[in-house]
Design a protein around this ligand. Structure first.
Ligand SMILES: [Zn+2]
Length: 232
């Protein structure tokens, strides 16, 4: 990987994540500013810089948002591979909990060598997903896509399992852990309150039902059916 500043790598990663989560071609400056927690003016400045780089990393058109070029996407996937492998390593080898790994990985993702990346991948048996269920790109930048829906889109009494949770908010991850809403938990929606009210989620095989606010539910992605795997 060419040497880019951590800030540049963070921008490319954020654009990729918004692009893939929202199924949108172009990412708006405001969405990017929210995601990175910086002012819109700084985002615009950085995007102009990335747009002018050789090779060109993004296509940025004022008022129309930004899109990664193939070169930009390649780097984004490389950084994501680092991030997600490090998260899994911290969790599997060092006993970190799922709410602790993201911040550490955000720092380390920019500095590990390709050799260290390879050794971590080998140690972990070339894993497919990180501790939050996000797919880990392979060395060539291929990333698997699953048939996932947002929990809020799940129909009433449709059995599903939690396959991915957004990793950005440690407090929310701890909250979900307390409720038993962890990866591979088998669930169904028993009730949806109107006017964006809470979703009632039952843990299948139990009588436990949790009322979950939409703000939290939006961060949870599910796959229909059971995992075939016991939840750990
Ligand atoms: Zn993370």
């Amino acid at each position: 990987m060419t040497t880019l500043s951590p800030a540049v790598e963070d921008y490319l990663k954020a654009i990729y994540e918004i692009q893939s989560e929202g199924d949108q071609d172009r990412v708006s400056t405001s969405a990017l500013a929210d995601c990175l927690g910086v002012a819109r003016a700084s985002v615009t400045g950085m995007l102009k810089k990335l747009n002018a780089m050789d090779p060109k990393l993004v296509n940025y058109i004022r008022y129309r948002g930004v899109q990664l070029t193939p070169a930009g996407e390649k780097i984004a996937l490389e950084v994501l591979r680092h991030h997600r492998l490090i998260e899994l390593y911290l969790s599997e080898a060092l006993g970190y909990s799922w709410d602790e790994v993201h911040q550490e990985a955000d720092n380390l993702e920019h500095v590990i060598s390709e050799d260290l990346e390879d050794r971590i991948a080998t140690l972990l048996g070339h894993p497919q997903v990180d501790p939050h269920g996000a797919p880990i790109p392979d060395r060539d930048g291929n990333i698997s896509r699953r048939e996932e829906v947002q929990l809020t889109q799940l129909g009433i009494h449709q059995p599903a399992h939690i396959s991915r949770v957004s990793d950005h908010d440690p407090a929310m991850l701890r909250y979900l852990q307390e409720l038993g809403l962890t990866l591979n938990a088998q669930i169904e929606v028993t009730e949806k309150a109107p006017f964006s009210g809470p979703l009632h989620i039952r843990l299948i095989g139990t009588e436990i039902v949790h009322a979950l606010g939409r703000q939290v539910a939006d961060y949870i992605f599910v796959t229909l059916g059971s995992t075939g795997r016991k939840k750990s």
